[in-house]
Design a protein around this ligand. Structure first.
Ligand code: UD1
Ligand code: BG6
Length: 370
C-alpha cells in the first residue's frame, strides 16, 4: 500500500535507501581473510571471460532505462577498456544496425517486457550476439530470453515513471563494470573506492531525501513556467536527460536535457532572464568545465538553479542563484545521488499542474493515486 504517501511514485522515491540496499545484498562479498570486498554477480560470473573478449559492448533500452545505461557508460568504458555504444531500441531496429557475434549486448528494462527492447533482443539473438539482461522482473520476457543477466531486485515498481528502478539500474551497472574489470590490476584502487562508496550510498540517499521541503519551495517558483532546461555533462549528462524526461512525463512541462559541451552549438541562443535552467555542477572531473558553462550562462543573464556539492554554493554561483546542495560520492555514483532532488522537484512541480502520476496497473488513471 501507499502508506503515508500520496501516491506510489512518492513512496518509491522515498524507498530508495532500502531498494538500493536490497539491490546490493549478497553481491559485495569479502575476499577470504582480507577485509577487501569484491563484487559477485551470480548471473554473470560464468560469462565474464566471454564479455571481456567482446569487440564492443552495446547498451539497449528505452526511456529511463536508456538513461540509466548512459549514466553507467563512462565507468564501464573505464574499467573494461572496451568501447561501449548506446542504442535506443527502436532506433537500432529502424536502422537495422550491424550487430556481430563478438558483441555483448546489454538490454536494460525495468519491466523486462517493453516491446521495442524485446524486438531488439530478438534481432540481436538472430545476429548471434551475447545477450545480457538487466531487469527488475524475475520471469519477464527479457529475463527469460537473454543468455544471462542480473536482476536489479529493487522491489516492484508501481509508478509508471521509473524512480527507484533507475537508481538500482545504475548501481547494478556499476557492479557489472566492477565485475568485468575485476581482472585488471591497474584499476584496483579505483574499484575498491567504488565498492566503499556503494556501501555508503544508502546513507547518502537518506541524506539527500531530506531536501524534500526545499525542493517543494523551489517547485513553487517553477509551476507556472512553460519550459525548463537541464545542463549536464560526463556522468551527469544522464542526470540532465532523466530529470527532463521526468518533468515531461509527470509534470507535463516542456523540458530538455542538454549536454553542456554542446551548449555553444545552438542551445545558448535560447538563454534569457526568463527561461529557468538547472545546471548540474557537482564535483567531478568535469567540474571546472561546468563552472565555465555557468559563467557563460550568467553572461547571458540566464535564470540559473545550480546543483552542486555540499559547501560549494559560493564557489559555483557566488550566492547569486538558488542552489541544490548534495552530498559528494565517487564520480560514477554521483548520478544516483543527483537524480533524487530532481525526482522530488518534479513531484512538487506536478502537484499544481495537470497531474499525471499514475500507477502501472491502470495506465490512464487510478482512484487510489488521484
Ligand atoms: C540468485 C537467485 C536469488 C538467490 C541467489 C543466491 C533468482 C531469480 N535469484 O540471485 O534468489 O538469493 O541466487 O545465490 O532465483 N538472468 C538472465 N537475464 C536477466 C536477468 C537474470 O538470464 O535479465 C539470469 C542470470 O544469468 C541468472 C538468473 O537469471 O542465471 C538469476 O539472476 P540473479 O537473480 O541476478 O542472480 P543472483 O543474484 O545470483
Ligand atoms: C515507457 C515508460 O513506456 O517505458 C518509461 O513511460 C520507461 O517511463 C520506458 O522508462 C522503459 O520501460 P522499461 O520497463 O523497459 O524500463
Amino acid at each position: 500500500s501507499k502508506g503515508k504517501y500520496e501516491h506510489y511514485m512518492q513512496k518509491e522515491i522515498h524507498e530508495q535507501p532500502e531498494s538500493l540496499t536490497t539491490t546490493m545484498r549478497g553481491r559485495l562479498i569479502h575476499n577470504g581473510s582480507t577485509k577487501r570486498k569484491s563484487v559477485l554477480l551470480g548471473g554473470l560470473k560464468d560469462h565474464l571471460k566471454t564479455i571481456r573478449r567482446s569487440r564492443r559492448i552495446v547498451f539497449i533500452g528505452c526511456g529511463t532505462s536508456y538513461n540509466a545505461a548512459l549514466a553507467a557508460r563512462p565507468i564501464l568504458e573505464q574499467l573494461s577498456g572496451i568501447p561501449v555504444m548506446m542504442e535506443i531500441a527502436s532506433d537500432l531496429l529502424d536502422r537495422q544496425a550491424p550487430v556481430y557475434r563478438d558483441d555483448t549486448i546489454i538490454f536494460v528494462s525495468q519491466s523486462g517486457e517493453t516491446a521495442d527492447t524485446l524486438n531488439a533482443l530478438e534481432y540481436a539473438l538472430d545476429n548471434g550476439a551475447l545477450c545480457v539482461g538487466i531487469t527488475n522482473t524475475v520471469g519477464s520476457a527479457i529475463a527469460r530470453n537473454t543468455h544471462c543477466g542480473v536482476h536489479i531486485n529493487a522491489g516492484s515498481e508501481i509508478g509508471v515513471a521509473s524512480t527507484k528502478a533507475y537508481t538500482s539500474q545504475i548501481v547494478v551497472l556499476a557492479m557489472v563494470a566492477l565485475a568485468i574489470g575485476a581482472d585488471t590490476i591497474s584499476t584496483k584502487q579505483t574499484r575498491e573506492g567504488i565498492i566503499q562508496s556503494l556501501l555508503n550510498l544508502p546513507g547518502k540517499i537518506r541524506e539527500v531525501l531530506k531536501l524534500d521541503e526545499e525542493m517543494k519551495d523551489l517547485a513553487r517558483s517553477l509551476i507556472s513556467e512553460q519550459s525548463l532546461l537541464m545542463f549536464g555533462r560526463g556522468y551527469n549528462y544522464a542526470t540532465a536527460l532523466e530529470g527532463a524526461l521526468k518533468v515531461k512525463e509527470v509534470a507535463l512541462m516542456h523540458s530538455e536535457g542538454i549536454l553542456a559541451g554542446e551548449m555553444k552549438h545552438g542551445p545558448l541562443a535560447l538563454v534569457d532572464e526568463n527561461l529557468p535552467i538547472i545546471v548540474i555542477a557537482t564535483r567531478d572531473q568535469c567540474f571546472s568545465k561546468q563552472q565555465s558553462v555557468i559563467q557563460q550562462l550568467k553572461a547571458r543573464k540566464g535564470r540559473l538553479i545550480v546543483m552542486c556539492t555540499e559547501g560549494d554554493a559560493a564557489a559555483v554561483c557566488g550566492g547569486s542563484c538558488p542552489v541544490i546542495e548534495v552530498p559528494h560520492v565517487v564520480d560514477c555514483l554521483q548520478p544516483v545521488v543527483n537524480i533524487v532532488p530532481l525526482q522530488l522537484l518534479l513531484i512538487g512541480v506536478s502537484f499544481d499542474r495537470t497531474t499525471r502520476i499514475q500507477c502501472r496497473s491502470t495506465k490512464e488513471s487510478c482512484k487510489e493515486c488521484d
